[in-house]
Design a protein around this ligand. Structure first.
Ligand SMILES: NC(=O)c1ccc[n+]([C@@H]2O[C@H](COP(=O)([O-])OP(=O)(O)OC[C@H]3O[C@@H](n4cnc5c(N)ncnc54)[C@H](OP(=O)(O)O)[C@@H]3O)[C@@H](O)[C@H]2O)c1
Length: 296
């Protein structure tokens, strides 16, 4: 069997086109331009690059994006003051604090200072709590993106056994929660695995849908996958590759070449889950703008 490739890049482009139409409608009918503010502290090259990507994607769908840039020695109080200023700014509907913050700054305090109604990342404790209660908050972007890939690929997880490898607050834990909700695109039976799991392969082999988010290359190999399973690889790992001019390439947490011969469908890295985090960030920003103006 050679797995069908779930093209996360193309699916994300489809969704971004829908978001652009939504932004155009908001502007034409209500004169509203959704606004996203990104707070960047320091000059970590990866963070600078991510922020650039977010600005470009926001521009493509018509979301107005503004950056607040600060030197790495920004005092904690000034960071909180900036977030509070953005909380009070009616033109800002979504706020994102780019992580990691430089040493000495308290990330938890910064994330908690974002008003829950402007929490574009969906990681504020209030929104994580709303998610667990099945209420309408903002869902964390990466796991929400994984759900969208499945839904838009016609893969219904209802009644299926989903195994999620990884239990981070960013990916694994919210994903397990999202997929066990009672409703469309969910209603799955979910097992969550982690480094404390005994015999990981025993669990992964039972998965109808296997999602891997460990940050460890080759966490899942072909022998760990049930024939015909759907495999979603969230991992992003940089490995040396002398054949590339830049000397490296990105791989996931799944042994793609081996697993594609066993699985029915699989995502690639890059081009799978990667484009979805920014897409769902824009989705949350547009949703926040609509909610701020009581528009359905
Ligand atoms: N847009 C995107 O594409 C996107 C977004 C977010 C993250 N990612 C990527 O996804 C990966 C995971 O990110 P994260 O933030 O969730 O990482 P994380 O916070 O480091 O969490 C990794 C999780 O995987 C578990 N784990 C690690 N090695 C394992 C193993 N050998 N067997 C079973 N479980 C194992 C850990 O278990 P313990 O809890 O027991 O330590 C932990 O729960 C990373 O590669 C990251 O770059 C991609």
């Amino acid at each position: 069997m050679t797995a069908r490739i779930l093209d996360g890049q193309a699916l994300a482009q489809d969704m971004r086109a829908e978001l652009k139409a939504e932004v155009d409608r908001l502007q034409a009918d209500h004169g509203i331009v959704p606004g996203l503010s990104v707070v960047l502290v320091g000059d970590d090259p990866a963070s600078v690059s991510y922020v650039k990507g977010k600005r470009k994607a926001a521009g493509e769908v018509g979301v107005h994006s503004v950056e607040s840039k600060f030197d790495a020695d920004l005092p904690q109080a000034d960071l909180i003051a900036e977030i509070q200023r953005l909380n009070a700014d009616d033109t800002v509907h979504g706020i994102l604090v780019q992580l990691p913050l430089p040493k000495g700054l308290d990330e938890e305090a910064a994330l908690n200072a974002i008003h829950p109604d402007k929490d574009a990342d969906g990681l504020h404790p209030m929104n994580l709590g709303r998610m667990i209660r099945g209420q309408h908050g903002f869902l964390p972007c990466t796991p929400h993106g994984v759900q969208q890939i499945l839904v838009r690929s016609g893969i219904d997880v209802a009644g299926k056994h989903v195994v999620v490898v990884g239990r981070s607050t960013l990916v694994g834990r919210p994903l397990a929660n999202i997929l066990t909700q009672k409703g469309p695109g969910a209603n799955a039976t979910v097992t969550t695995c982690h480094t404390g799991t005994t015999d990981l392969a025993h669990h992964t082999r039972q998965a109808d849908v296997l999602v891997v988010a460990t940050g460890v290359r080759n966490t899942v190999t072909a022998d760990m996958v049930k024939p015909g399973a759907v495999v979603v690889d969230v991992g992003v790992n940089r490995i040396e590759d002398a054949s590339r001019a830049r000397g490296w390439r990105l791989v996931g947490d799944v042994d793609f070449d081996g697993v594609r011969d066993v699985a029915a469908a699989i995502t690639k890295v890059p081009g799978g889950v990667g484009p979805w985090t920014i897409t769902m960030l824009l989705y949350n920003t547009i949703l926040a703008a609509k909610r701020a103006h009581n528009i359905t």
